[in-house]
Design a protein around this ligand. Sequence first.
Ligand SMILES: Nc1ncnc2c1ncn2[C@@H]1O[C@H](COP(=O)(O)OP(=O)(O)O)[C@@H](O)[C@H]1O
Ligand SMILES: [Mg+2]
Length: 257
Amino acid sequence: MNSSAQKLDAPLKVSNQTGHPPTQLRVKQPIAISASNIHKTYRTGNVKVPVLRGVDISIVEGEFAAIIGQSGSGKSTLLHLLGTLDKPDEGEIFIGQQCVNSMKSTARDRLRNHEIGLIFQFYHLLPELSALENVMIPQMIGDGLFSYMKNRRAYKKRAQELLEKVGLGHRFQHKPSQMSGGEMQRTAIARALMARPSLLLADEPTGNLDRKNGDEVMKALLDLRDEEDLTIVMVTHDESIATTADRTIHLVEGRVA
Ligand SMILES: Nc1ncnc2c1ncn2[C@@H]1O[C@H](COP(=O)(O)OP(=O)(O)O)[C@@H](O)[C@H]1O
Ligand SMILES: [Mg+2]
């Protein structure tokens, strides 16, 4: 893909149904992430399960895109590929201008750690740690002790700022067992954004939540998209959740419908 192919020529008309103003996407907005002709088949013994059969998508910077499809349609598989957690059998994935396929694994790991935040249906918080400690833990692990101690004050400030942005300024010292599902997911969102990624990938982030908690999580995502200059790709099987996004992409029988 050359750089001219990385631009969209037509203006994108986007709106959402949340009361948030429509996103102002300019003509020729750069592509944040794209996938072309993605194929993925799982093999278990002699059994082949073809899941993705030529998926093409491109998401522009600042967009909030929802990928919707039935259970088993390959949404999580696609999100894992976009997040460079797995490799396609065929096809290319670009993050910004960089083709992920040809990258060495160390470069790909660095790109993932710096540019991509990931959240899942279950929050994967450490039960013994407070919300604030949970948000800071990736830095603690990624940096090594010496470097972490040197930057600890800045990390704490960033973690507090993120928890405040997701409406948890009053929950710094709460442990996961003392929080609601929505609060735990918002903590996981804050953790995913610690390294200031440009891209947030979310796999059914409201899948384990009731309507009220789900709406709070969606509001946090919309606010953060603007405040943290994020591009968000969210997969969901829930039509009503998907309408919050700027654009809905339907995954049907392994392709974009
Ligand atoms: N690691 C795996 N090995 C074998 N089959 C898998 C694996 N992961 C997913 N599948 C199968 O691939 C299909 C798509 O799965 P998935 O991407 O999780 O769908 P979705 O997220 O849309 O529910 C399902 O039929 C699932 O059983
Ligand atoms: Mg899934």
